[in-house]
Design a protein around this ligand. Sequence first.
Ligand SMILES: [Zn+2]
Length: 260
Amino acid sequence: MLLSKIIKTLDDWCPPCDAEEFDNVGLLVGELQSEITKAVITLDITDDIIDECISVEANLIISFHPLFIVDPKTNDMDDRINKYIIRCLNDNINVYCIHTNLDNNSLGTSYQLGKILNIKNQSILINNENNKLKGIGTIGIMNRSMNDYDFLEFLKEKLNLKYLRHSKLINKKIKKIAMLSGSGSFAIDYAILKKADCFISADFKYHDFFKPNKKILIIDIGHYESERHIKETILNYLNKKIPKFACIIAKSKTNPVNYF
Ligand SMILES: [Zn+2]
């Protein structure tokens, strides 16, 4: 299958123009005319992912996080990233990134997290200024309310989490849930504004945990853990649109964070 056809299918779903300005989505390594034998879907690109690609004879990596974002001020390329690019080029592996253009899809990354938690009536948490049908984060309600302690237990079990971090318990029933997959501390105020009982996201800093000020329970489930489900969403979409195309989810774990 021609890479240009696969890219067209993905772009029809999540146009690259929907990505955030800082992002770097689309074809990052390779050629549109490549004949693709198999694709591997991953959150990140590592040596293990490239090894896996070679061992299963795949020549396309569909990555959620961009392989690189070049800082125009320095034009520097990280040494580690440079090695990955050279490896991909040497082994004829194409690299395509679908990231914040999928976050901004109303059925995208955060919505899918909500679906796992069985959150109903989901709507976008922060609407795109130019297109109200798009935006990041999601907010919705649970079928039944839970006390905050039970909700944390529920979250750990449903998302298979080893650890989570949370702000002070607020002794309030949790029913209205806001979520933002990935780094979401900037959205805490939006979740408070929309009167969510809790906000689930990742990468909160120490001082962020003071922000809720008893108004909301904020929960950091980990960056990788808040996004890992999206690989399946991409796979399901491609299987539906191009059923004959061989596409698999990478087996290698790419989470750079380890827990002890
Ligand atoms: Zn991320």
